[in-house]
Design a protein around this ligand. Structure first.
Ligand code: PAF
Length: 267
């Protein structure tokens, strides 16, 4: 496994790879990331992992400074999953001229749900993903369904910008009790971790009942968790259909930690 942290190193290492699948991460890797890497490994000749905590997608009062940085463990996991090349740039390598003035505009889908609660978030995500696409030039890219709105917007960007990249979604990995894996789960104290189960419970209740009322009742029973949103939408995140495939999505604060989750639903 090669590890590079600058553009020249990436360019020369990338030139030796063919049929490249990329997995983009902010590090603090867990079994969810391992699943992305395994799928990439199974479907492509070469697997390229990027690790970069992107300052552009954090608001001024968000957790950029305390976001977990676990490079040694991340590299160990990458090695175990058969990654060929790791690109782990510094902020100066990614943004040599400071914060970019030109950013990807996500459009209306970037303003709702996560975009409504985290202004500028998807501008930051799509800008760095676009840059990493240009730098790594993958044939395929794997993103978790855990960040469903992000996945939907990255697909839309690839389509709208004619990027020759096959964007693939990979199902969310959960703990046995339903908690969706997230790097931010590390912030949760034991009691908070227990309370956080309400997110997956509310999604399941919403899926079973076919309406958010049942999910809202689950949240109401755990008042220490502050609900941000619980919605039903169509799979492209437009208005929910009367019948057919849909998606339930939620976000909530558990103590100082904001968690998101979502589930496929048949209405
Ligand atoms: O999902 C993430 O970890 C990040 O949003 C991504 C896609 C790596 C962009 O920084």
């Amino acid at each position: 496994m090669r590890i590079v942290d600058d553009r020249a190193g990436l360019r020369s290492a990338r030139a030796e790879l063919h049929d490249v699948a990329v997995v983009m991460t902010m590090g603090a890797l867990h079994e969810g990331h391992a699943t992305l890497l395994r799928q990439a490994r199974a479907e492509a000749k070469s697997v390229l992992l990027t690790i970069f905590v992107n300052p552009l997608q954090f608001g001024p009062n968000e957790d950029f400074d305390r976001y977990p940085r676990t490079m040694e463990a991340d590299l160990e996991l990458a090695r175990a999953e058969g990654v060929d090349l790791v690109f782990a740039p510094t902020r100066e390598v990614m943004y040599p001229n400071g914060e970019p003035a030109v950013r990807v505009e996500p459009g209306p889908l970037g303003e709702v749900l996560e975009g409504a609660s985290r202004p500028g978030f998807f501008h930051g995500v799509l800008t760095v993903v676009n840059k990493l696409f240009q730098l790594t030039r993958p044939d395929r890219a794997y993103f978790g369904e855990k960040d469903y709105q992000q996945l939907t917007l990255i697909r839309a960007m690839a389509r709208d910008f004619d990027l020759p990249i096959d964007v693939r979604g990979v199902p969310t990995v959960r703990e046995a009790d339903g908690l969706a894996l997230s790097s931010r789960n590390r912030y949760l104290a034991p009691a908070e971790r227990q309370a956080a189960l309400v997110l997956s419970r509310a999604l399941r209740a919403t899926a079973d009942a076919g309406s958010i009322e049942a999910g809202l009742a689950e949240f109401a029973a755990v008042p220490e968790v502050k609900l941000d949103y619980l919605v039903l939408a169509d799979p492209m995140l437009g208005p929910a259909p009367e019948h057919g495939p849909a998606r339930a999505l939620t976000a909530a604060w558990v103590g100082g930690t904001r968690l998101i989750d979502n589930l496929g639903v048949q209405l």
